[in-house]
Design a protein around this ligand. Sequence first.
Ligand SMILES: Nc1ncnc2c1ncn2[C@@H]1O[C@H](COP(=O)(O)OP(=O)(O)OP(=O)(O)O)[C@@H](O)[C@H]1O
Ligand SMILES: [Mg+2]
Length: 146
Amino acid sequence: MQFEKTVCTSVQQTLRLAEEFAKNLQGGDVVLLTGELGAGKTHFVKGMARALGVEDVVTSPTFALHNSYQGSTFTLNHFDFYRIQAEEAEILGLNEFFFDKSGVCAVEWWQNVKPLLPKRCIEVLLEKQGDSRVVTIKERLSTSKV
Ligand SMILES: Nc1ncnc2c1ncn2[C@@H]1O[C@H](COP(=O)(O)OP(=O)(O)OP(=O)(O)O)[C@@H](O)[C@H]1O
Ligand SMILES: [Mg+2]
């Protein structure tokens, strides 16, 4: 993966980086967004949606837990697990989307559903630095045996 550490000094730059990043995604990819409240996770997903040919406006799934957008190549499944834990997500069957090859997943607050995630994910870390965001993208291989 060629995007190591990038400083995005504006929302537009974050959207553009996310768009470039998402051009390389393949069906079944699971993207984990890491960062504090307001770090820009949802904005990053908005940028991803552009590359995937999603025409709908991407909004935060904080209350819906899961929003699904039809793209030209893949479905974009956007999750926010801030309010729930793994057991509840599993009862709702949300983990099944992580293994669906016809879609791409973007997951906010994935730390709450760690045992449900596939072994190989892509992690996007967003760190606030004033109005800038330092974005680090790397592969994340789970060491969990679950
Ligand atoms: N360089 C930047 N990149 C992204 N967002 C930025 C940047 N600079 C400022 N912002 C602002 O930071 C906020 C990011 O909000 P966003 O909803 O994307 O965060 P989030 O990480 O999804 O938060 P939450 O954990 O509450 O879901 C927005 O208000 C946006 O305008
Ligand atoms: Mg968000």
